[in-house]
Design a protein around this ligand. Sequence first.
Ligand SMILES: *Cc1c(COP(=O)(O)O)cnc(C)c1O
Ligand SMILES: [Zn+2]
Length: 425
Amino acid sequence: MGDFAGYRCSLCGKQYAPDEVTYTCAVDGGNLDVILDFDAIRRQVQPGGIEGSDDLSIWRYLPLLPVADPGHMGTALRAVGWTPLLHPPRLARKAGVERLWLKDDGRNPTASFKDRASAVVVARAQQIGAETVVTASTGNAGAALAGMAAAAGQPAVILAPKTAPPAKVAQLLMFGARVFLVEGTYDQAFDLTLEAAREFGWYCRNTGYNPFTAEGKKSVAFEICEQFTRAQTGGADPKRRQWDAPEAIFVSVGDGNIISGLHKGLKDLLELGWIEHMPRLFGVQSTGSAAVYNAFVRGVEMIEPVSATTMADSISVDLPRDGVRAVRAARETHGAYLAVEDEAILAAMRDLAREAAVFAEPAGATAYAGLVQAQQQRLLSPEWRVLVLNTGNGLKDVRAAMQASGQAALITPTLEALRKAVASG
Ligand SMILES: *Cc1c(COP(=O)(O)O)cnc(C)c1O
Ligand SMILES: [Zn+2]
């Protein structure tokens, strides 16, 4: 366990002891950043020590996480993270980016990035003796919490909009969570979950509310830097004292908790002296759900809610709950925000699948759509090493995939019919 020293409010800076608060700042409701004791961590471990670990999951970074080892060896809880870092040449050519990496977080136990957050929240729940865990979700956060809770043998309750893609709802039910589909938006489910947690004494995982979600999500920063370094130097080095990092990272943004978690992880590494530069972070939203983008473009931190309409359901959010830190993640790293049309997201899904064999759900492909737009706008320097994060698997939303792919030809089972169909292209 990485020496957990307390929390600091991201708005007013007030500090809290580890047991003083559970969710947000008591003064202004701001998101809390977890504070770690970096000297203690440095004494415990070095990058090379982690490279020697045979734990191929987020738990190899336990010394940098504010939770105790959750146990449950041999379960899916121990299989979160350490997702593939690809370096796909055909996609790079298509994007016109010389040095392109693609991290595929669709390859997590419940097929999305959200497993990182849910695993760490379940570990925290266990540590504080919380029994039932609850979350509002557009689908993936719920599937991840339900899955991790099933691994740990913990009861879970999920509130999701009834419009969530069927595959995600199936996951919730299959993992044995109590599922309530809300006749309303994700934002309404979010507010109801806060009330429910108070009413029933449940431990609430809500994104941009529970400070441990960002701590789980930051693990992707550690993986990016470790895998990126090892890929470029030919393998693990038990004596290594520093990792390398890409110059630019593209990530899709809904509530803004992935980008702020990624930023936190990179800040931790800088603070430890384990990396030398901060990558530029590029947040990508759909034009149909662009509240964080709007704030970034206006140069403010105040997030004005929108009425979200995008088909990328995982980033369809009226009021991003981690918006302030999400704006700062791009601003403080000299990155930017981009907003892409849903049509561009569908095109990105096709490119990822056809040029790199990565089947992404719409919200996952949004990051790549942002890279394409950034290239068109000449925002990137040609020598930058660029990393795109896919956050969700395409099997999560087959209807959207069929929208991107088009339909197959239907034929009678004869060679003649096939010949005709082949000839007609
Ligand atoms: C949740 C999610 C996002 C966005 O994460 P936020 O923390 O809400 O910004 C992106 N892609 C997928 C697949 C997701 O499930
Ligand atoms: Zn505060």
